[in-house]
Structures are given as structure tokens and as C-alpha cells.
Design a protein around this ligand. Structure first.
Ligand SMILES: [Zn+2]
Length: 558
């Protein structure tokens, strides 16, 4: 009973003290006149019911109810009733048959409603049939009340136990819900972290792609086209590989204005005017197509673009462009005249050794495909040398004039590249070389040092092959001579000791295949008599990718 009172105090602690005190005061009043009734008979259920009566009918109703209780219990003994609180509730319930009290209880705030339900359940469980109340037979009524009170007590206990279990379950559920919320918060936190990490990874990957792209475009002279955009800091950054391929495809198809998706964002792009616009933010950036070409080509934008849509005109292809700079023409002429001397500076005694060359016209070859093919060959050749531990081998100087010119063309004379001369029969053949390069497979006859492409460092030697009128023909306006200026990857040369016409590739040297054959002046050339000695230095290559034609020079001799 004590715990009930405690519980009652807890549940109702928010109620206003006044009605509660009023009820208690009236109970004390009855107790002072009734010796059977004890304060503990008025447990929380009874008091709650009295409280409800006070709520619906005020003090008069409360007093009337207590007066009834006083009258019905006045002549009983304490032992007559087993469960006094249940008995009192039954009495009060019968005093209030119109259920107004219960309705009042239902209207109470939530905390009291639960209690009201308990009371209601208890009340209905212990409701005495109306007939019992009407009889005046005291003994019957007592027995009846006793039995009902017992049932009511058991039922109340069961009910309370169930309520207790439900409450425990509810507390358990609330506890789990709290735990779940904590877990959910933690999961949200982890998800956020994951997103941040993903963003960091994306960022790093992007940087990696750009670095890789930069390496591709600037790390080697054989780089391919790379579309780039200008960052906030003014630096050019490469598009990702897939976007680059897509832009290049649109560009080749002449789709200047297109739309492209990059890392989930959609951009409008104008390839000709060189800008992009983020469709969501309307932010614009400059874009460009970057590809590695030799500096000495000095291309305009239109020329650069023409690489992707080459259109030929006349005898020469678009890849061979007339040199407009008279300074360059003059330098080419000086080169031919200075390169006439032997590499030791002495005059050459050959048929063109005393010629004075006049350059009439010159063309610069700007063939991106050939250029890249040549650069890849050089790269591959150097990898081979590295693999076999070969370092550049000194090769005899090929004349000051060529060396000076080679410097301007960024020829790596210190290691494995040389700038050399190649005479060919006419402009048409030179044009073919400007398109396809030096293809030794088409030569009709094999030279003294194998079936390769022949290059010389002396203009008098190349002039022997610069027309279709024989080696002694002197070039004139009627039959101009044609010499190509070419960069040649001589690599590790094999120095011939005599004629080797049957060769289709260089022999091995130090256990590794040599890259070219060099015939130095003074070696026997197989001819009888005084002509049986090699007069000029010659370089023979056997791979079409091994040389790149830089200039086509048209000249006459005086
Ligand atoms: Zn000569």
C-alpha cells in the first residue's frame, strides 16, 4: 500500500494541490467520525475517484459520496471486508451510476489518463450488479462484496503486472530507439566523412589525370593532341582522357559548337573560338588544343588547325610550305655553299666541288604525322641504348655550317641526331618525301653500302643526285637541282670498311644491332684505280621513320 501511495504521488505531482487537499480534508473528516475506516483504505484509486466526484460535482457531491461511505461502513468491522479499497471503489461506483465521473477522468491530461484507464478497468472488474445494491439484506451484500473484492484484487494484480510488463517493454523500446538514433547519427557522420574522402579522392585523381596529360604533352616531343582549359590561376590544365577524345572527335568532324559532359557537369563548348561554358553556372573559361610541334615551325593558329584537315595544292602537298622569310632562304644558300668543303676544311675535288649554289626557292616541311613518327623512333632507339647500356658514341664532325643550322632546328647533335643533306631528282619526288618520309623500300638500285636511304654532309655530294640528268649535271633554271635538308637519327653507327651492297639493315656492333651505316672518306669503295677510294662521308639509314625532311631547297649552280 505504501508503494501505491508513493506511485500516486509520482503520477499526480503535477496536479494542482487544492482539489487534492480538499479531498484529503474531507476524508480526514469522515475518519474522525468512523472507527472502522482507516486512512490506508483510501488508496490512490479511491482518492482518484473521490477527486473525480469533486471535479464533476464540487464539494457537495464529494461530501454526499463520503457520507454514503460513512453510512454503509459505520456498523461493519475491519475484518468484514478483505479488500477495503476495492470495496470502497465499488460503493463509490454505485453512487455514481451515470458514468459522469469516468467521463471526467477521460478528459484529464495525458498523465492522468493512464491512471484513469487503470481505475476504469478496476472499477468495471469490481462492478457490483445493481440488484445487489438494492437489497437490504446486509449479510448477502457482505458476502457478495467479499467475493467480488477478492476477484477484483486478483484481477487488479494481473492487470498491474501486465501494465508493468508493457511499461518495461515500452521503456525497452524507447531505449532501443535512442540507441538506434545514436547509431543513425553515427552512420550519418560516417557517410559525410565518406563523401568528403570521395571528394578528396576525386580531386587527387583529377590532378593525377592532369599530371599524366601534362607528361604526355610536354614530356616527349612525340606527344598527341591535348585539349586544355585555363584555370583561375591562369595555368592551362588538361581535360580528362575521355573528354579529350570526345573533343578531338568533334573537332575532326568540324563540329565547332558542341556539348560535352565532364565529371557530371555539362558544358557548351566552342572549339573554333576556344571557350567553354558551364551550363549550370554559366561560367566561361578559355580552352585550347595543345600539341607539341617544333618551335622552328612558327605556326599560326590557322596553320596548326590545318594539320587536322590537310588539303594539298599544286605539286607540293600542304605539308610543304614555301619559305617566305628571305633571311631563311639566304641562310640555306650559305649552308649549301659552306657545306661544299670537306669536313677537314679542304676543297673537294668532285664534279660539284667548285660550284656556287644559288637558292631559288625553299619549302619547309611541317608534317605532324611524320614528325611524331620520327620522334617515336628516336625515343624507341634511345630506350634500346639504355637497355643495353650504350651511351652516345662520338661521330666525326659534319661541318660547321650544318652544325650551326642544326642548332636552330633543335637537332641533338651531341648524341644521336645529325642534320644532313639528301639530293633527289625533282620537286615531285621531294613532295612525296614531304608526305611519306624517306622510304628506302622504293629505291630502284642498291647503293654501295646497302639498300637504304643515303645522306651526305657535303652539298657537292648531294648535288650529284639532285637532278634526273646524271651526277655531273649542273643545276640551271631549266633543270633546277633539289636537295632536302633532313634530321637523321644515326644512333650508334656501324662504320663500313668497304662496300656492302647486299645489306638491308645495319650489322651488329658490340652484340647489339647498329642503327645506321657510316662510310668515312678514305675507305675502299670497290672501284678500280684512283676512284677506288670513298671521297665523301655518307650515312645510310634503313628505317623510313629514321629521318625527317625539314626543308626542300631548289637551286641552280654557277
Ligand atoms: Zn664533293
Amino acid at each position: 500500500m505504501a508503494s501505491d501511495l508513493k506511485g500516486c504521488g509520482k503520477v499526480s505531482q503535477n496536479q494542482s494541490a487544492r482539489p487534492k487537499d480538499e479531498v484529503l480534508k474531507e476524508i480526514q473528516q469522515v475518519l474522525s467520525q468512523n472507527r472502522v475506516l482507516q486512512i490506508e483504505f483510501f488508496d490512490f484509486r479511491v482518492r482518484q475517484y473521490l477527486h473525480a466526484l469533486f471535479g464533476t460535482g464540487g464539494r457537495p457531491r464529494l461530501r454526499a459520496a463520503l457520507a454514503m461511505v460513512h453510512a454503509r461502513t459505520l456498523h461493519r468491522t475491519k475484518q468484514d471486508v478483505k479488500n477495503w479499497p476495492a470495496y470502497l471503489v465499488t460503493l463509490l461506483k454505485n453512487f455514481d451510476p451515470d458514468k459522469a465521473t469516468e467521463e471526467w477522468l477521460w478528459k484529464q491530461p495525458r498523465a492522468e489518463t493512464a491512471l484513469g484507464e487503470v481505475n476504469s478497468a478496476l472499477s468495471s472488474a469490481s462492478t457490483t450488479p445493481p440488484t445487489c445494491d438494492k437489497t437490504d439484506h446486509e449479510g448477502d451484500e457482505t458476502e457478495s462484496s467479499k467475493g467480488e473484492a477478492d476477484d477484483s484484487f486478483d484481477e487488479t494484480q494481473r492487470y498491474l503486472r501486465e501494465q508493468g510488463k508493457l511499461l518495461q517493454k515500452e521503456i525497452g523500446i524507447q531505449h532501443l530507439a535512442t540507441k538506434l538514433q545514436e547509431k543513425q547519427d553515427h552512420a550519418d557522420h560516417l557517410e559525410k566523412k565518406l563523401e568528403e574522402m570521395q571528394a578528396t579522392i576525386d580531386n587527387l585523381l583529377g590532378q593525377l589525370v592532369e599530371k599524366k596529360a601534362d607528361a604526355q604533352t610536354t614530356g616527349t616531343r612525340a606527344g598527341e593532341e591535348r585539349w586544355q582549359f585555363q584555370g583561375d590561376d591562369g595555368e592551362w590544365r588538361s581535360f580528362p582522357d575521355d573528354a579529350n577524345s570526345e573533343l578531338m572527335r568533334q573537332f575532326r568532324e568540324g563540329q565547332w559548337h558542341c556539348t560535352i559532359k565532364i565529371r557530371g557537369k555539362v558544358y557548351s563548348v566552342n572549339l573554333k573560338e576556344g571557350w567553354q561554358m558551364n551550363q549550370q553556372t554559366s561560367r566561361m573559361r578559355w580552352i585550347r588544343c595543345f600539341f607539341e610541334v617544333p618551335k622552328h615551325w612558327k605556326l599560326t593558329d590557322e596553320e596548326a588547325l590545318s594539320f587536322f584537315n590537310p588539303v594539298g595544292a599544286g605539286v607540293l602537298p600542304a605539308t610543304a610550305q614555301a619559305v617566305a622569310d628571305s633571311q631563311v632562304v639566304w641562310r640555306l644558300e650559305r649552308l649549301l655553299n659552306q657545306a661544299r668543303a670537306r669536313h677537314d676544311g679542304s676543297s673537294c675535288m668532285c664534279s660539284h666541288g667548285s660550284s656556287r649554289f644559288l637558292v631559288v626557292e625553299a619549302f619547309q616541311v611541317k608534317n605532324l604525322h611524320l614528325w611524331r613518327r620520327y620522334q617515336r623512333f628516336v625515343q624507341s632507339m634511345r630506350e634500346k641504348h639504355l637497355l643495353h647500356g650504350l651511351s652516345p658514341e662520338p661521330c666525326p664532325a659534319l661541318g660547321q655550317a650544318l652544325a650551326e643550322f642544326a642548332w636552330d632546328l633543335d637537332v641533338d647533335e651531341a648524341s644521336d641526331e645529325r642534320l644532313l643533306l639528301h639530293g633527289t631528282r625533282d620537286l615531285e619526288t621531294a613532295g612525296k618525301i614531304a608526305v611519306e618520309g624517306f622510304d628506302n623500300r622504293v629505291w630502284e638500285r642498291s647503293g654501295l653500302y646497302g639498300r637504304g636511304s643515303y645522306f651526305a654532309c657535303q652539298s657537292c655530294k648531294s648535288a650529284q643526285y639532285a637532278s634526273s640528268f646524271g651526277t655531273h649535271h649542273k643545276a640551271s633554271f631549266d633543270a633546277m637541282g633539289t636537295i632536302l635538308l633532313a634530321r637523321v637519327a644515326i644512333g650508334h653507327p656501324f662504320f663500313a670498311e668497304g662496300p656492302c651492297k647486299e645489306r638491308t639493315r645495319p650489322p651488329e656492333k658490340y652484340g647489339v644491332r647498329a642503327d645506321s651505316i657510316v662510310a668515312m672518306p678514305g675507305i675502299p669503295n670497290g672501284l678500280p684505280g684512283p676512284s677506288g677510294v670513298q671521297g665523301h662521308m655518307e650515312v645510310v639509314t634503313f628505317d623510313p621513320a629514321q629521318a625527317y625532311p625539314e626543308f626542300i631547297v631548289r637551286f641552280i649552280e654557277q
